[in-house]
Design a protein around this ligand. Structure first.
Ligand code: TXA
Ligand code: MG
Length: 342
């Protein structure tokens, strides 16, 4: 398959691009599209064949459900058994935006899309191109992150091309993603509601609407393989470069001493401004104390680790509030929970 690259230029030419991409989606094809979080590998969520094609293109296990993207709240009632009253309160506050909500699904949503579950994850993205493509294609769009299963999520069109050229009909290039980590996932199917994946809509923000919402323990703990996980995505190794990733927590001086004591071939992931003085190759992922900048650059940095063919990388980590929790969660998974505390 030849993959078309359709570039958004913010000129009149965008009209033809949006029309072409929406036409492909309406016809059941796969198109990688920009969202404010990460790029999504989109297809008609109500078409079992299109949904199955997503799993095949990504090499994704068929029991890992897809997120269904809508552009208007009125698209939701047909997709779910019933709309919980809390949905409207959450939507009013955080949609369109980086929040995904799990509810009981209706028969309209095929099991191919829900990964065999009786629930469905729904999100209304804020990215204007994503919204326009949903609207124009006339169907809700199933879209997992547009990476090969297991590799870091894509935050620009080049990442999608690296992973999916020859596997999808088109890639819409809408520039770099603003947030850089995937949406916050929460379920309204538990009492109290539970956050299954941290993101830019933080626990503190959600608590303003749902005071009793809690974090699933699987977010920061290594669950044994036989334990039942609340979200299929939790049991798969994620966001990983091919290199071995080890997190190192502690003050910069202690980190430098730790690095000096290591032998062999390895690289370093650190905060910008810290890279001088290391005798090893360094990749930076944002500014210390600025978790939003770390989120934005994290996946690109993890991809560079492989591009530079590092076999082992030590990652400097620091406590992060808010979206820092999402950054730490993604790093823990990339590292297979391998963390050293100095
Ligand atoms: O920001 C995002 O959410 C991006 C963009 C493209 O919207 N999408 C994304 O999709 O990250 P994906 O498939 O890479 O991650 C979806 C996560 C997976 O961990 C999956 O297991 C979980 O959400 N999930 C989806 N539906 C679920 C359900 N019904 N029950 C439990 N977990 C679910
Ligand atoms: Mg993903």
């Amino acid at each position: 398959m030849q993959t078309k690259l359709l570039k958004i230029t913010h000129t009149q030419q965008d009209e033809a691009i949006l029309k072409e991409a929406a036409g492909l989606l309406a016809a059941g094809h796969l198109v990688a599209i920009p969202t404010e979080t990460v790029y999504g590998l989109a297809a008609n969520a109500l078409d079992p064949k299109a949904a199955s094609a997503i799993y095949a293109a990504k090499g994704r296990p068929s029991d890992n459900p897809l997120i269904v993207h809508v552009s208007d709240i009125r698209e939701i009632p047909p997709l779910v058994k019933q709309v919980p009253e809390t949905l409207y309160r959450l939507a009013e506050r955080f949609w369109p935006g980086p929040m995904t909500i799990i509810m009981e699904k209706s028969d309209l949503v095929p099991y191919e899309t829900s990964g065999g579950l009786d629930t469905v994850a729904i999100r209304m993205p804020s990215h204007p191109v994503a919204r326009e493509l949903i609207r124009r294609s006339g169907v809700p769009l199933a879209a997992p992150s547009a990476n090969l299963s297991g590799s870091p999520s894509p935050t620009c069109a080049q990442h999608c091309m690296d992973d999916l050229t020859g596997r999808v009909e088109a890639i819409v290039d809408g520039g770099s993603c603003e947030v850089g980590v995937e949406s916050t996932v929460l379920t309204l199917c538990t009492t109290p509601p539970t956050v299954l994946r941290p993101g830019a809509v933080t626990l503190e923000m959600l608590r303003e609407v749902l005071p009793d919402i809690r974090l699933d323990p699987g977010i920061f703990l290594h669950l044994s393989d036989d334990r039942k996980v609340s979200s299929p995505g939790m049991k798969y190794k994620h966001y990983s470069p091919k290199a071995r990733v080890v997190l190192v927590r502690g003050p910069l001086e202690a980190f430098r001493q730790f690095i000096d004591g290591q032998s062999g071939d390895f690289g370093i992931l650190c905060f910008s401004g810290e890279e001088s003085g290391f005798s090893r190759p360094c990749i930076v992922y944002g500014v210390k104390g600025d978790a939003a900048s770390q989120a934005k650059h994290l996946f690109d940095a993890l991809r560079k680790v492989d591009k530079e063919q590092m076999k082992l990388v030590y990652v400097r980590i620091a406590d992060g509030e808010g979206i820092g929790q999402a950054v730490y969660n993604r790093l823990l998974r990339a590292a297979g929970f391998d963390e050293i505390r100095l």
